[in-house]
Design a protein around this ligand. Structure first.
Ligand code: ADP
Length: 433
C-alpha cells in the first residue's frame, strides 16, 4: 500500500510539473505558472482533507467514505477498512460480554466484582435480591457500606478468605447467605453469595433437637441420681449383692449428667456468635482458681502443677466461658498425665496478642489424631476415655469458646512424652495494665 501511495504521489507531482512547464512555455511566465499550479494542488489537497474530516466527524460508522482520487482515495479506503475491522472486533467482544451477562443474570447465586479498595464495580441480578444492591446508584460505593454486618467488616478487613462467611442477608433477616471471596488480578475481589437459608434451618433444627433432648433428659436423670445417692447413703440397709450395681449406676449417671451439661453448654455456645459479656477478665486469678481445682482433682497422685501468669494481661470476654475452656485443658492434662508427672500452665502477652499454654509430661497423642481432636466425641482410644470419665466434648467446647474470643487452639504432642495445648488470642481481645 505504501508503494502505491509513493507512486501515486510522484505521478501527481510529475503531472503537475509537466502541466506548469507547458503553460510556462506557451505564456512565457514560468514563475506564475508554477505558483498557480502549486496553489491549485494545495487547494485540492485541502478540500480532500476537509472531506475526510467531515466524514470522520459524522457519527454513523456505516456511511461509506467519500469518493477520492489517487492518494486520497487510498487514504479514505484504508481508514474505512480499519474502521470496519475495529467494528467487527468490537461486535465480537460485545457478544461475549452479552453472553456472560445473560448467563450470570440467570444465576441464582450473586456475583459481585469489587475493586482494590473494596468498592462495587459490577454485580448480577441475584446480588440485588440477596444483598439489596441498587443498579446503578450503588456503583463505586464501598461494599462495607452496603453489607453492614460486623462479622462481614471483620472478615473483609482480615483479608483471610480461606473459609466462607455465613451471615443474615442485609435485605431480610430470615435469609441466610454464605459469602465466598477470592482475590484476582490487581488485588481486586470477586464475591460469590449463596442463599443457604434451607441448610441453615436444617442445621438449626439439629442444634435445637440436641439442646431440647439434653434439657428434657436432665430432670429425669437428676431424679434417678438423687434416689441412687439416697440409697447409697444407707448402704448398710442394702443387700450387698445390690451395692456394687448401685455404685456403678451412680457412676454412669454422673457421666450422663456431665455429658448433658457439656451438650447444653455447646448448644449455648453455638446459639450466638460472640459472648454477651465483653469486660476484661483477670486471667491470672482465673487460672489460679483452676490450678487449685486441678490440685484437688489430682489428689494423692503427686503431680507437680505450676502456674506462671502475667498479671498485667487481661482478656475481654465471658469469664464463665473462659473458665470452662481453660479448665478443660488443665483437667485433661491432669487426667492424661501419670502420677508424679508435671503440668505447667503459662499465661503471657506479646506484640501479637496473648497466649495460654498448658504443657504436660503425660501419655501424649499420636500425630495422626491431632487434626481431629477438637471434633465432638472424637477419642484417641475409647478405653482411655472410660478410664478418665471424659465426655469427648471437652476440646470441642474449648474450640468454640476460643472462636468466640478471637482465639485459636494449637496442639503439639509427642506420644509417650507429653502434650502442649496453646491458645493464641488476637490483640483486639487483650487489655493490658
Ligand atoms: P475427653 O472428655 O474424652 O477428655 P476431650 O475432647 O477433652 O474429651 O479430649 C479428646 C481426646 O483427646 C481425649 O479422649 C484424649 O484421648 C485426648 N486428650 C486430650 N487432652 C489430652 C492430653 N493432655 N494428653 C493426652 N491426650 C489428651
Amino acid at each position: 500500500m505504501n508503494q502505491n501511495w509513493h507512486g501515486a504521489l510522484i505521478r501527481h507531482l510529475l503531472l503537475l510539473a509537466t502541466a506548469c512547464l507547458i503553460v510556462g512555455l506557451i505564456t512565457g511566465a514560468y514563475g506564475w505558472s508554477f505558483a498557480v499550479g502549486l496553489g491549485t494542488y494545495l487547494a485540492w489537497t485541502l478540500r480532500q482533507l476537509l472531506r475526510l474530516h467531515a466524514w470522520l466527524s459524522q457519527h454513523s460508522p456505516d456511511t461509506p467514505p467519500p469518493d477520492g482520487y489517487g492518494l486520497w482515495g487510498d487514504v479514505f479506503d484504508s481508514i474505512y477498512q480499519l474502521q470496519r475491522r475495529d467494528q467487527r472486533a468490537r461486535g465480537r467482544l460485545q457478544a461475549i460480554i452479552d453472553r456472560v451477562q445473560v448467563s450470570t443474570a440467570a444465576l441464582k447465586d450473586a456475583v459481585v466484582m469489587l475493586d482494590t479498595d473494596g468498592n462495587l464495580e459490577w454485580w448480577n441480578r441475584a446480588a440485588e435480591t440477596l444483598l439489596g444492591l441498587k443498579t446503578p446508584q450503588d456503583s463505586g460505593h464501598p461494599i462495607s457500606n452496603l453489607v453492614r454486618h460486623p462479622r462481614f467488616k471483620e472478615y473483609f478487613a482480615a483479608q483471610n478468605f480461606q473459609e466462607p462467611l455465613e451471615i443474615p442477608s442485609p435485605v431480610n433477616d430470615h435469609l441466610r447467605i454464605q459469602l465466598y471471596l477470592t482475590r484476582y488480578g490487581n488485588n481486586e475481589h470477586l464475591m460469590l453469595v449463596r442463599d443457604v437459608t434451607r441448610i441453615h434451618h436444617l442445621e438449626q433444627m439439629r442444634k435445637d433437637f440436641i439442646a431440647n433432648v439434653s434439657h428434657e433428659l436432665r430432670t429425669p436423670l437428676t431424679v434417678i441420681c438423687g434416689y441412687l445417692e439416697t440409697l447409697l447413703d444407707n448402704a448398710e440397709d442394702l443387700n450387698p449383692r445390690w451395692l456394687r450395681a448401685l455404685q456403678q449406676m451412680q457412676q454412669q449417671g454422673g457421666r450422663m449428667q456431665a455429658l448433658l451439661n457439656d451438650l447444653l453448654l455447646l448448644a449455648k455456645l453455638e446459639a450466638t456468635d460472640y459472648p454477651s459479656a465483653n469486660a476484661p477478665v483477670a486471667v491470672d486469678l482465673l487460672l489460679l482458681s483452676i490450678k487449685n481445682d486441678a490440685q484437688a482433682l489430682s489428689g494423692q497422685r503427686n503431680q507437680r502443677i505450676s502456674l506462671e501468669a502475667d498479671t498485667g494481661v487481661r482478656l475481654r470476654g465471658s469469664e464463665a466461658e473462659l473458665r470452662s475452656a481453660f479448665s478443660n485443658l488443665v483437667f485433661n492434662a491432669v487426667k492424661y498425665t501419670p502420677d508424679q508427672g508435671e503440668i505447667r500452665i503459662r499465661w503471657w502477652g506479646d506484640e501479637r496478642g496473648a497466649h495460654l499454654s498448658v504443657q504436660d509430661s503425660g501419655i501424649g497423642i499420636e500425630a495422626r489424631h491431632l487434626p481431629r481432636l477438637t471434633e465432638r466425641f472424637y477419642r484417641v482410644d475409647s478405653s482411655r476415655a472410660s478410664d478418665t470419665g471424659g465426655t469427648g466434648l471437652g476440646l470441642a467446647i474449648v474450640k468454640h469458646v476460643l472462636l468466640r474470643h478471637h482465639g485459636q487452639l494449637d496442639i503439639s504432642s509427642v506420644s509417650g512424652k507429653g502434650s502442649t495445648f496453646t491458645c493464641h488470642f488476637e490483640k483486639v481481645q487483650v487489655v493490658r495494665g
